[in-house]
Write a protein that binds this ligand. Sequence first.
Ligand code: ZN
Length: 275
Amino acid sequence: MKKKQSNDLYLASVFVSIIMAFFAFFAIRPMEVSEFRVNNTQFPTFFRVNVELSDLFIVNPEQAVLAQKSSFDPNKPMVALTFDDGPSQVTPKILELLKKYNSRATFFVVGNRVGNNAKIIQDICAQGSEVMGHSWSHDYLTKLSESRIRKEFNDTNEAIYRLTGVKPAAARVPYGSVNEKVRKIAREEGLSLISWSIDTRDWQTRNADIIYNIIISSVKDGSIILCHDLHSFTAEAMERVIPELVRQGYQLVTVSELLGATERSLEAGALYSSK
Ligand SMILES: [Zn+2]
C-alpha cells in the first residue's frame, strides 16, 4: 500500500513536470524572443512590459519576475509621473493615490535614504510602481571623479537590488547635472539616463495649485513629469493631478513602460526626456 502511494506520487510529479515544461516552452520562450529582440547589446539590462502577457510578467534579460497586474495599451496616450529625492513620509500618501487610480509612477530614490526606508521601497514595488537610482549622495556628479561617479550609481543600484530583486536599468542624475564623463560611465554600467519634459518646480513654488496648473497646462502624450516626494504640497497636488490625468485618458505608467512603448532603440548612456 505504501509502495503504491509513492508510485502515485512519482507519477503525479512527472505529470506536473510535463505540464510545467509545456508552459515554459510555449508561454515563456516566445515572450523572451519577442522582448529580447529590442534589448540589443547596446542596452542589455533594460526591461519592459510584454504587452500580450503584461498581466503576468515584467521581463528583463536577467530574470522574469512576477509583477503586479499592470496592463496598458502602448497605442494610447501615456505619461510617466516621476518623484525624486525620496523616499520620505510623503511617499506612502502618493502610493495610496496611485493605487486608488490603478496607476503607476517611477521613484528616483537617493541611495543614502534607502536603508532607513526599506519598507517604503518594497511598498513601491508591491504597488506596481518602480524604483530607480538618483545617486547615493545627491551631489553634482559632473564635479566628481570617475570612480566616485561609478560608486554613486552602483551603490544605489545595489541597495535597491537587495530590497527589490530588480537591478534598475536607468538612473536620474541630481540637478540634471550631466556631461560626457557622466554619460560614459552610465554607458559602461549599462544605465540609460532619464531626464524630464515637464518640471513642476514643486520644491520652489511650494503650492499645490501651481503644481497642478503646470502639469495640466503642458501635459501631452509621452510626457515625463518631474516632482519630488518630499513635500506635503506635492502629495496634495497629486490628489487632483492623478484623477484629472486619468480622466483625460492618459495611462499613468512607469518610465520603463513609457520608454518601452517607443519604437526607438534605447541606449545605455543616452539621455531620455520624453517618449
Ligand atoms: Zn534630486
